[in-house]
Design a binder for this molecule. Structure first.
Ligand SMILES: Cc1cc2nc3c(=O)[nH]c(=O)nc-3n(C[C@H](O)[C@H](O)[C@H](O)COP(=O)(O)O)c2cc1C
Length: 218
């Protein structure tokens, strides 16, 4: 098996959490003797090369972050440039996000599950996991620690069933947090986090509340 891995984040590779996750995942692949080539769509100038790799190979993995509950716009734009292929090609996804509950990513997952048929290829499943907001802010050691579980998923992928096995489904973690944690998080977001965002916005020149309902005044 030879895997083409495409980082679907619009964020430049240097600051992309997905990039760190791919590095750990690829380590797992390599440990099982699987070769790979990795690309990132953040630089449009490389799109022709990535499309070529997509056309010439039959094991494709798109790793992407959840942006506003779904697929980043830049990735959608890239996907629209891909030609139709046949069932010899398998397309799998690694979907990661900031918020940790599995339920946050299900809308994106459903959307991705429909794409292979649209492109004429086989679906290899979607690895779903959140809790990745901070990867890029940590030092290398901590980054390696938090992305290490993806190494095991690389090894699992190398066994040939994509992300269709039970181990991949379990990787998501809790679908919902217990009620007391949800209530506490809600309180933290409505107070501390809201204040912090407002302060940052003010430092960028914002003079109205962040939840200002401008459309109501029209
Ligand atoms: C514009 C934008 C929208 C986002 N929307 C969501 C979201 O709806 N749900 C979520 O859990 N995380 C969301 N996130 C967090 C990212 O999914 C998370 O930080 C991810 O690890 C970023 O990966 P990247 O650095 O490779 O782009 C969003 C981040 C950005 C920048």
């Amino acid at each position: 098996m030879h895997v083409v891995i495409i980082n679907g984040s619009p964020r430049v590779q240097k600051y992309s959490n997905t990039e760190q996750i791919i590095a750990a995942f690829a380590k797992g692949l390599s440990e099982k003797g699987i070769t790979f080539e990795a690309y990132a769509i953040s630089n449009r100038k490389t799109w022709d090369t990535i499309r070529d790799a997509y056309i010439k190979n039959d094991e494709i993995l798109i790793a992407l972050p959840l942006y506003v509950e779904c697929v980043p716009g830049l990735l959608l734009e890239f996907l629209e440039t891909l030609p139709k292929k046949d069932e010899h090609t398998r397309l799998s996804f690694l979907l990661q996000s900031g918020f940790a509950e599995g339920c946050q990513l299900r809308c994106g997952e459903e959307f991705l599950a429909k794409l292979p048929e649209y492109l004429g290829v086989r679906y290899g499943g979607c690895l779903v996991k959140g809790d990745n907001f901070c990867i890029r802010f940590w030092d290398e050691k901590r980054q390696a620690q938090v992305t290490k579980p993806y190494q095991a998923m690389g090894k699992l992928f190398a066994e040939g069933d994509g992300f269709l096995r039970e181990e991949a489904k379990k990787f998501t973690g809790p679908e919902y947090f217990p009620l007391p944690i949800r209530l506490m998080m809600g309180l933290i977001f409505k107070t501390f986090v809201k204040k912090m965002f407002q302060k940052t916005a003010a430092s960028w020149g914002c003079r109205v509340p962040l939840d200002e309902k401008v459309y109501r005044k029209i």
